[in-house]
Design a protein around this ligand. Sequence first.
Ligand code: TRP
Length: 348
Amino acid sequence: MTTATAVSDLTASDPIADPAAHRVLTGDRPTGPLHLGHYFGTLQNRVRLQDRGVEMFVLVADYQVITDRDLADRLAEHTENLVLEYLAAGLDPDRATIFAHSAVPALNQLLLPFLSLVSVAELSRNPTVKDEIAHSSQAAVNGLMFTYPVHQAADILFCKADLVPVGQDQLPHLEVARTIARRFNERYPHTDGSTVFPRPKALLSDAPMLLGTDGGKMSKSRGNAVSLGATEDETARIIRGAKTDVERRISYDPANRPEVSSLVLLAALCQERTPEAIAEEIGDGGAAALKRTVTESVNEYFRPLRARRAELATDRGHLRQVLRDGAARANAIADATLAEVREVMGAI
Ligand code: TRP
């Protein structure tokens, strides 16, 4: 992977001069409830982009789940649950197109020509895929594990998205999408010389990383995360159990005091203040006072989101309707792109 990608990628706080000139696509695998790390890492930023008038596509990457686990029987439930998290966080289905990529058959037809544009060697040296293989609990690696980044290129290119909000781990996949766009455009230009696909850029989150309550990477499966839908009591219990250190005076020093600093940061994000101001305020109060502040800040900040979430959760029909509407919009665009692809390839 070249460093040229990183140079041209943007971070979330870069000003977007003309919001209406962009189309943003991003997505998540539906593998379980989202937590505070997801919220401050990406969800909040998506809602900000939406509110600034950027056209948003958010996809539930249900087919990607079966790269390394067998969840096929509960995919529908997981997919609806992810829509619930999106809506609770503030994505508005009238402005953002929310859809499951398995509901868009044209993506699979784009996959075939796209697969012809990348070599097996390129597919097998993708560092994110290698990492997932290393951490997979499955006995054998299936073919989708190597090819899903190409399917993901179809996710991005079908709607000609030019900005893709992602974390660092997704940069290799974005590079695949850019490579495919470039090679497709070179090989199959329109007769007037114009090209089919833009070359998408990453929009990297610049929110600092929150740690799990054990000081490790925040992850639902490690039981070290506060989920968005947690009750206020559960939130208090999880934060009470968070790892801290022996120094009484609270400071914000991520390099030397990662666990304490992550808690300070969480309170700061919720109160929309600087971590330094939060640390100063707690001062000599020690870990107990810090945890009280964090718990109150989280519960207060997420109260409206959680209330919305509880209300939305009672209406599964609405969640399915959002997916149906999103799929209809996505299919219309994907069919048009596929028609264009077939035309330049001389397939008609
Ligand atoms: N691979 C992403 C993840 O694991 C999910 C994803 C699928 C995605 N298709 C995408 C992200 C397209 C951005 C753009 O989180």
